[in-house]
Ligand binder design. Structure first.
Ligand SMILES: [Fe+2]
Ligand SMILES: [Fe+2]
Length: 335
């Protein structure tokens, strides 16, 4: 969505006073905003974890057990760092205003608040956040495309593979229940899962025959290399991509690589990538093999459920097999 006017913004209000929360809900709700309320910082953090679409936080400077400034500092060091915070202040003291800005607040409003002033400040911050986010998303997407193109210059097969895997991952993310914003991010990040292959020598990467044990070890290094390439980025999309690159060859029973993680120790994104990566490997033609018969692919996933793959994800794949095949067929018809 590129138009701010079409967006329904979601505002999280945090205040220990139930009356203030009621008033905020009513004033903001009447303007068409989606409003969530919490009475303390702890609950607000939980809310942020389960709701991925908060656009703005309005928070009292004094909360029950802690100060709003402390909560703001925690948020600014977390994955929610880019959500703007407006403080609701009870006084105009210079030291408090300084604390509000120092802790990461972008603005403040004095209590009892004036409705017109509240709405004007809210819309200003929402607009700034929206356009900053849109710009950041575009930059991240461009960067990802540049990097995947660069990494696939010598290897057309990997290029096709990553594009299909990205689409399968987007589909699986939707089936898992992620909202549109997350699905888009996960799908874009999945394009980078094999970025570590830039460090794999051609004689291994393009070998048409089976790999020797030694070559397999060289090949396996791409998971760690991919993580090392991406891990220092502060961009959310790249942080997601780093997890995928690192964990997409872990097995549910712990026999995968590079860390040998078991079950839910493997991040859900790693488990998702692990599944669709193999689905693509089996269902498409490679230099060293033909595509498998779909009945065999189907049986393979059933047999490897709980061993290589997360059983709940296998169920989603099997129950929606046709949707995955639609993506495969779309790519086959393009070549
Ligand atoms: Fe891989
Ligand atoms: Fe892959």
């Amino acid at each position: 969505m590129s138009n701010f006017e079409e967006k329904v913004s979601h505002i999280l209000c945090i205040d220990p006073n139930a009356m203030t929360l009621k008033l905020l809900s009513s004033v903001l709700g009447k303007q068409g905003y989606l409003v969530s309320t919490e009475e303390c910082g702890k609950k607000a953090l939980l809310k942020l974890k389960e709701t991925t679409d908060i656009d703005l936080i309005i928070m009292a400077s004094n909360l029950q057990q802690t100060s709003g400034y402390k909560v703001a500092k925690t948020l600014k060091e977390s994955e929610y760092a880019n959500i703007p915070i407006i403080f609701l202040m009870s006084d105009h003291k210079e030291e408090n205003i300084k604390s509000a800005y120092d802790s990461g607040g972008v603005d403040y409003i004095l209590k009892p608040f004036n409705k017109v002033e509240l709405l004007a400040r809210v819309v200003t911050q929402l607009k700034l956040h929206f356009y900053k986010n849109s710009e950041q998303n575009e930059i991240q997407k461009e960067l990802i495309h540049v990097l995947s193109t660069l990494s696939s210059i010598h290897d057309k097969e990997t290029a096709d593979h990553v594009m299909r895997v990205a689409e399968y991952t987007g589909l699986l993310a939707r089936l898992v229940g992620y909202d549109d914003k997350r699905v888009e991010m996960i799908q874009n990040a999945a394009e980078m899962h094999d970025i570590g292959k830039v460090t794999t020598p051609d004689y291994v990467l393009k070998k048409p025959d089976k790999h020797t044990d030694e070559e397999r070890k060289v090949m396996h290094k791409h998971a760690q290399s991919g993580y090392d390439i991406l891990k220092h980025s502060k961009l959310p999309l790249f942080q997601v991509a780093a997890i995928m690159a690192h964990q997409h060859h872990e097995y549910y029973d712990g026999s995968g690589y590079p860390q040998g993680l078991v079950g839910n120790e493997i991040h859900i994104l790693g488990r998702m990538l692990g599944l669709v990566d193999v689905f693509d490997a089996l269902s498409s033609t490679r230099v060293y093999k033909k595509a498998w018969d779909m009945n065999d692919v189907f049986s393979f996933f059933k047999a490897r459920s709980g061993k290589q793959f997360d059983p709940s994800l296998v169920t989603l794949l099997i129950d929606n097999f046709g949707l995955f095949l639609d993506i495969r067929d779309k790519y086959e018809s393009e070549h």
